[in-house]
Design a protein around this ligand. Structure first.
Ligand SMILES: Nc1ncnc2c1ncn2[C@@H]1O[C@H](COP(=O)(O)OP(=O)(O)OP(=O)(O)O)[C@@H](O)[C@H]1O
Ligand SMILES: [Mg+2]
Length: 215
């Protein structure tokens, strides 16, 4: 199935809130779009339907139960793949997504304690089994990341208002998910932003040099 619908390259950025994914996405997009067809996208909220879902999961005044929260992220992902990820991959683009399926596993699986196998099954279903070719894991401890989120001049989302023990479970979750995976490149995201961006750009070129025939 994958080979029929996917011809481009699918990259994802993962890490806890404040690890620097959105900043890294901009740096990668700016660099790669000089020589490739690239689309920068994100979860949740990349599509018109996804924006409604993002409003509910990030700023609802009513508390969402964990199962509803996961299913809303999954619905956003289904729409994201249908409208953006799969069509652009079919058109041989490099698609870079700020968060994707591993975030659900880390936040709703490890963070909220939902059944991880169920989350994996639903992720597989909504993505039609299409997985990232490479994931950049922006690794940093939660103290550094929380300070950045607190400094950022944006209203905190529902998840960003969670307590330290929740973020510790999510951080531990990312470590467990990405441990020993050959499709994951770990970036030391506790460094200054310039160095993080240099590292990730170098890493993406190394990755592309092994896969350059694909785009
Ligand atoms: N390496 C860095 N050093 C210092 N500040 C950084 C670094 N990377 C990003 N920042 C700043 O920290 C804040 C959080 O970064 P960013 O929004 O990119 O994180 P994020 O991983 O996308 O967070 P979220 O998951 O909440 O969207 C931003 O204000 C950003 O400018
Ligand atoms: Mg972000």
């Amino acid at each position: 199935m994958c080979s029929r619908i996917k011809r481009g390259i699918f990259l994802t950025l993962e890490g806890i809130d404040g690890s620097g994914k959105s900043s890294a996405l901009k740096a990668l997009y700016t660099e790669l779009s000089l020589q490739y067809n690239v689309i920068a996208t994100r979860e949740p909220g990349a599509t018109p339907i996804g924006k409604h879902i993002r409003d509910v999961v990030q700023s609802s005044s009513e508390p969402l139960c964990p199962r509803a929260e996961f299913l809303l992220f999954a619905a956003d992902r289904a729409q994201h793949f249908h409208e953006i990820v799969l069509p652009y991959l079919a058109d041989s683009y490099i698609v870079i997504s700020d968060r994707m399926a591993d975030s659900s596993l880390a936040y709703q699986g490890y963070g909220r304690g939902l059944d991880k196998e169920f989350i994996k099954t639903v992720n597989e279903w909504v993505t039609r089994g299409v997985k990232p070719d490479c994931t950049f894991y922006l690794r940093t401890d939660q103290t550094v990341a929380r300070e950045r989120v607190n400094r950022r001049l944006e209203i905190k989302t529902t998840i960003e208002k969670e307590h330290n023990d929740f973020f510790q479970r999510v951080t531990d979750g990312f470590e467990a998910i990405f441990n020993g995976r050959s499709d994951v490149i770990v970036i030391d995201a506790s460094q200054n932003q310039k160095k993080v961006h240099e590292d990730i750009i170098q890493a993406v070129y190394t990755f592309l040099s092994f896969t350059k025939d694909a785009v």
